[in-house]
Design a protein. Structure first.
Length: 509
């Protein structure tokens, strides 16, 4: 029988061991919570992140600011277009009241919170779709006249050449202390890519909703995937095996002569509907650029010709395979061939793959089309990442004109717009894009995140030096993939001259 003294000593050791282990577990939990926010579940079952006090939030409003009801004016789309495209009825800037449309109402909520935060009022210098030229015209007219008409602008990508290629038109965003382009609501890749000689005059943020709309992707028809027992393409993307060769094999397998005339054309079941301009998308998505930048952050016309030729030699023949592919350019007799012919055909299970901008997802969901969203394929499995590209015809960039009289105030408000767009607007966009009447497609949500995290920006595409976009389009249209190197070299002087002119305007020469 143990003595009372022995039992007491044993109990003391056990208690000491218990408290030691408890302390270690507590410290371990504390260390983990420093890097990983805890989660809580709300009444509606949604999981949300709760930041620890030791991990301050990324956005902190500037203390003590009251802008006295200032009207903060932004040049951009007003969402008042009577257009076939649903996105044309959405303004990324203004929302005067809640209307029951998720994205619009998220913009409304964002704006009201910022207005209350800094005592401002949002206002817009409107551009109505499709008046795309108004971006450059209104911007340059105001700056040339020295008029302080707007504090910032969400300008269309295709208007950038007229705005950015002229000296003293836009502010260097990297020199504004109240702007922090390293924050998560700014696309750091856009800031890095659009920089020339250390000057960042245009950038994409979460408030630039049209840049999300304009991201180019591959729509895959789930009806045909099921009918032909096609492998899980989402998993192919995850495994790094989604390539042009894989896509092409599927295209050839599903193409079918529906009307029995002995050929495959627009009236049949086809593997791919595309646009010839997407050869440029294929090049950029493979991580190749026509005008990469040197160590001084200056664009130079020194592309990897061998790799670009290899990409063109793979993709252009696919575009010209009449037994599997139909170009959008071949469709005529409609007010809009995409809306009136191509999308209904895709909905009805007569197109396997459709390459276009994500904005088509709004229309396809309204049509009850069952589809998957995929990134553009890799050139081959050795390619490290899936790249993505935005279309300059819809994408918007944030710029600040040199006529802005208070850049600190503008920076503070844009930071708040970025944060609250990330908090409210982007989740609404994700949700409406990947959710239809029957189910939510979280796989496509994952694919969208792939694309948004890997957007590529080739300065040549936005500045259009030497007509380089037309050169690539014409090559793709002609089908003469083997001439891409000679055509680019033939236009070397024009492209170099275009770059030089931009550098002179930016006083970087």
């Amino acid at each position: 029988m143990k003595s009372k003294k022995t039992i007491k000593f044993t109990l003391s050791l056990l208690l000491l061991l218990f408290f030691t282990i408890s302390t270690l577990i507590s410290c371990q939990s504390s260390d983990n919570n420093t890097n990983n926010p805890t989660q809580s579940q709300s009444a509606d079952g949604q999981i949300s992140s709760v930041e620890e006090e030791s991990n301050p939030p990324e956005f902190t409003p500037v203390a003590g600011i009251d802008y006295g009801g200032y009207k903060f004016r932004i040049l951009g789309y007003d969402g008042k277009a009577a257009a076939i495209w649903q996105v044309a009825a959405i303004s990324e800037i203004i929302a005067e009241e809640e209307i029951g449309e998720p994205i619009h109402d998220a913009v409304y909520k964002r704006n009201r919170e910022i207005e209350a935060l800094y005592n401002i009022e949002f206002d817009i210098v409107p551009v109505t779709y499709p008046k795309r030229d108004d971006f450059a015209d209104k911007f340059t007219k105001a700056v040339f006249a020295g008029d302080d008409n707007f504090d910032a602008a969400f300008v269309l990508g295709m208007s950038l050449p007229k705005i950015l290629s002229r000296n003293n038109m836009t502010r260097n965003l990297s020199e504004i202390p109240s702007l922090d382009l390293s924050k998560s609501w700014w696309d750091q890749k856009s800031a890095e890519a659009m920089s020339i000689g250390g000057k960042v005059n245009a950038v994409i943020g979460d408030m630039n909703l049209y840049s999300a709309f304009s991201t180019l992707c591959v729509f895959a028809n789930k009806q045909l995937m099921k009918e032909y027992a096609i492998e899980n393409l989402y998993q192919s993307v995850r495994d790094g095996k989604w390539t042009w060769d894989v896509m092409y094999d599927i295209m050839k397998n599903v193409s079918k002569d529906l009307n029995g005339d002995g050929k495959i054309d627009k009236d049949d079941q086809v593997g791919l509907f595309m646009q010839y301009a997407h050869v440029q998308t294929a090049i950029n998505c493979a991580g190749e650029f026509l005008t990469p930048k040197n160590s001084d952050d200056i664009p130079v016309f020194e592309p990897n010709m061998d790799k670009i030729a290899a990409i063109a030699s793979k993709v252009i023949p696919i575009f010209h395979d009449n037994n599997a592919t139909v170009p959008a350019e071949a469709i005529s007799g409609f007010n809009n061939q995409f809306f009136d012919f191509i999308m209904p055909k895709f909905r009805d299970g007569e197109i396997m793959f459709l390459t276009d901008q994500l904005l088509l997802s709004f229309e396809l969901r309204s049509m009850d089309a069952d589809f998957a969203i995929l990134p553009f394929p890799k050139y081959d499995e050795n390619q490290a990442n899936y790249g993505s590209m935005i279309s300059s015809y819809w994408a918007t960039f944030t710029v600040i004109p040199t006529t802005c009289t208070n850049v600190e105030r503008t920076g503070n408000i844009l930071e708040a717009m970025g944060y609250y767009s990330q908090k409210y607007v982007m989740p609404a966009y994700y949700d409406i894009t990947v959710t239809n009447k029957l189910m939510r497609d979280d796989d496509s949500l994952e694919m969208m995140e792939f694309m948004f995290n890997n957007r590529q920006f080739d300065l040549a595409y936005f500045y259009e030096w030497g007509g380089i976009n037309d050169i690539l389009y014409n090559l793709s249209f002609s089908g003469k993939a083997d001439t891409i190197v000679s055509q680019l070299e033939k236009n070397d002087g024009k492209i170099q001259k275009g770059i030089q002119k931009t550098l002179e305007e930016l006083e970087l020469n």
